[in-house]
Write a new protein. Sequence first.
Length: 102
Amino acid sequence: MHVTLVHIHVLPEHLEEFIAATRANHEGSIREPGNLRFDILQAVDDPTRFVFYEAYVDAAAAQAHRETAHYLTWRETVADWMAEPRQGVRYTGLWPEVGSTA
């Protein structure tokens, strides 16, 4: 399993627009072949901070995500709304195992 945690800090004046654009990206992402999870988390103590939990069956599926129209639209739309560059940290998912029913 190919997992990326993306840390995002949004300018406060663009918070609601960011959330709306991100919802559209989320909706497209969860329909992609190879997507296992695409969770959007918002910090309780600072609502301008987000973590995206993106899990795909493999690196090829994760790369395919970055080539979709919904992702490219999201990336372009939110680019100027960031308080700092977003940071993606990659992980290898150990459990649950892909294809496991347990």
